[in-house]
Unconditional design. Sequence first.
Lengths: 317, 118
Amino acid sequence: MGRRWRGIGLVLAAHGSAAVLALAVFAAVRDRLPDPMATHFSGAGPDGFTAHARWPWVVLGVLLGVGALVGAVLWAGSRRGGLPRATVAAVAGVPGVLGWALAAVPLANTDLADASGARFDPLMLPVMALAGVLSATVAGWLLGPDPEAGPEAAAAEAPLELAAGERAVWSRAAGARSAVWLAAALLVASAALSALSQWLPAAVLSSVAVVAAASTLVRVVVDDRGLSLVWFGLPWFRKRIPLEQIETAGSREVAPFAEFGGWGYRVRPGSRGLVLYAGRALSLRLRTGKEFVVTVEDSRSAAALLNALISRRGTEG
Amino acid sequence: MLVRVDTASPVPLGDQVAAAVRGAIADGRAAPGDRLPGARQLAASLGVNVHTVLRGYRKLSEEGLIELRRGRGAVVTAGAGPARADLVARVRSLVADARALGLGDEELLALLRTCQER
């Protein structure tokens, strides 16, 4: 509980400090700036200008707006389970980059009589990246290491009854059907943003949409060779866990954000796998003592078949 | 979706594959719009010939339970709910019962037509 609020507090504080930094730089050089100053840069030169009186509100709006949004997402995402250090650090890195970008704007205008001569110094890009890394590191260090608590072990599912000559396969698309709706909604939002010429957010949203749609194209297959994840249309692009590497199979609740710090193919100490939604997942206990998870509906049937195949293999060999 | 085939059973393997898919649709584990595993993939998993699986899929397609689309594989049709899959399964067992009774296929069809007239 305390740790969760501390993590959210650190992220909010990072946004606040970035705003203070950007405003302090602006205040320090304000007398040497043209009014309005250049505030938006594209390839050739400045293409957006803002009056001095408005600039502090832009800075506050961006940083506090992003901060509030991120804080709300963290708060909602960490209700089940906790807040991993890596997540807090990654999220706290963003205001470092944003803060320096906003601080660099008045610097690019300093000592100019005419704002149209302003140029954005490309050297600012590595500085922004460095500021991001620095703010991520500090936030991660202040939060402290993740508590030592492995994932709750999934109870082994009762094996399916298999006759001697019987061969069986379990196969299902991974992920939730809702991912398709999410992808569609993101594409609509992306199209709306590109209509407003907001290319960068539009590109980000549409790439998230592609990932969401692609995740539903993963098929989980259980047969006597073990577990395979196969991408539709790319049969050679697969991830396989051979049967002999699996100790036992079960089904358990997974909280992607709290446990794995997000969605997708995730690797955490002691556990890895494809985590696409919060809910029941197929959970394999491997011979190495580690866990492999895949979020897939009807995971208990998959676990029952795997356990039957494992015990049949044991009696044969 | 679970597909199991028994090589010791007298039922042809293609029919066993079709019965497994029909059963999955009937109990709701495969819903309209769901994509079935690719025939090649399923055949490799079960250790049977691709044509055996395709024969099962073609049967399901004739029953209106799945749609076979070129390049997109097999998809459970929009109208193929549990009730429909159950009906198909009952018609199949009706045909089997009639044959067991020594009823010719034409006789069974005539009987069905009689039942349809009111």
